[in-house]
Design a protein around this ligand. Structure first.
Ligand SMILES: C[S@@+](CC[C@H](N)C(=O)[O-])C[C@H]1O[C@@H](n2cnc3c(N)ncnc32)[C@H](O)[C@@H]1O
Length: 363
């Protein structure tokens, strides 16, 4: 495994070169793409452990499937209905991390899934996933990019938040794009004039920092383009645009995670920590609709999982398992900040996860 210091210095050299080649300045989205995905060096492309439930295992953050198998077991109820409604036996998972969710879904869905395809930008996770998913080896395949046409049920947990964002800053009433330059041997923020704007006008004259998500929206458009039949369930933290671009959210949502601690400095320790931004679900829904998908539902994770039967599963759990399962739906844990959006191609149908508490109208 590459040592953290040599990893950081190799990534620094790459960043410096990229910035110099671009004339001294790159957009933050380019910086984030390199810091997270530069082959062998970026956070998701290097070999350091990052997934897991506890910092002691080398994990930097905990996701729902890492926390409890109840997440995948409950999502499986929705995936089973979607497979039947769309007449497919294929599941496609984007950004499968350690393979935890794949294992939970494959165990729960049994013969209802004939083929499970993992799509990830990070090749370094593949070996780990192969080992964890050995019992289902005959059904699994890995691809680096999407085929021309796919049929199936797509799932992605905490994938949209890992896609590079652009930073916009309003200072003294004037908008700039915040990018990255190189100064005295390290990356520094630098602002450049721009015509880019947030999708909503930000009320008030105060200084304001925020993000826009062209890559996440392009991802959804590509998905729409390639999905010949089926549905997609994307789960992540975020809000509709009215909340995202609220005048009071003047510091944006960009955040880094390392060793289960959050910090706000994405330019420090590149390659050694996760960089994320919340998801603008209105932007995702509009991109999907523009590209020919229907929004089948949008709800909090709590509502979605309860509609899919989490509470009855909790009845059969030990107190310790139940406590973890409840974190998925408690408002102050993952229940309210995390949302689920469902997108579909073909004849409309009603996913059970949105039977009550659908908030599509808030997008
Ligand atoms: C925060 S991790 C989530 C991992 C896992 N889904 C979980 O819940 O534990 C984000 C993952 O998304 C992957 N990713 C980011 N952009 C992607 C894209 N365009 N296509 C496929 N995977 C992507 C990253 O490589 C990383 O593995």
């Amino acid at each position: 495994m590459t040592e953290p210091t040599s990893l950081t210095s190799a990534l620094h050299a790459l960043l410096e070169r990229a910035i110099r080649q671009a004339g001294g300045w790159i957009g933050f989205d380019r910086y984030m793409a390199l810091a997270l995905y530069a082959p062998g060096l970026g956070y998701y492309a290097n070999e350091a452990p990052k997934f897991g439930a506890m910092p002691s295992s080398g994990s930097d953050f905990v996701t729902a499937p890492e926390m409890t198998p109840l997440f995948g077991q409950t999502l499986a109820e929705q995936v089973a209905q979607a497979l039947e409604a769309t007449g497919t036996r294929e599941v496609w998972e984007f950004g499968a991390g350690s393979g935890a969710l794949a294992l939970q879904l494959l165990d729960a869905l049994g013969d209802r899934v004939a083929c499970y395809t993992i799509v990830d930008l990070s090749g370094s996770l593949r070996a780990r996933q192969q080992q964890r998913l050995q019992a289902h080896a005959g059904k699994l395949q890995w691809v680096g990019e999407l085929p021309e046409a796919l049929r199936g049920v797509v799932v992605g947990n905490e994938v949209l938040d890992a896609m590079p964002v652009k930073l916009l800053v309003r200072s003294g009433g004037v908008w700039h794009e915040r990018g990255v330059a190189w100064h005295e041997g390290r990356p520094v923020f630098a602002d450049s004039p721009t015509d880019l704007r947030p999708p909503l006008e930000i009320e008030g004259p105060h200084d304001y920092l925020t993000e826009i998500h062209p890559q996440a929206e392009a991802f959804v458009r590509t998905l729409a383009d390639r999905l010949a039949a089926g549905a997609a369930f994307l789960i992540d933290y975020g809000f509709p645009e009215r909340e995202y671009y609220h005048p009071q959210r003047h510091m944006g949502t960009l955040m880094c995670h390392r060793g289960h601690l959050a910090d706000g400095d994405p330019l420090a320790d590149a390659g050694l920590k996760d960089i994320t931004a919340h998801v603008d679900f209105t932007g995702i829904a509009l991109a999907a609709q523009d590209a020919g998908l229907q929004v089948l539902g949008y709800a909090s994770q709590a509502r979605f999982l309860m509609n899919c039967g989490l509470l009855s599963k909790l009845e059969h759990c030990t107190p310790a398992q139940r406590a973890l399962g409840l974190k998925l739906i408690h408002e102050h844990e993952m229940g309210e900040l995390f949302k689920v959006i469902a997108l579909g191609k073909g004849a409309p149908w009603e996913p059970l996860g949105f039977a009550q508490g659908d908030r599509t109208h808030t997008l």
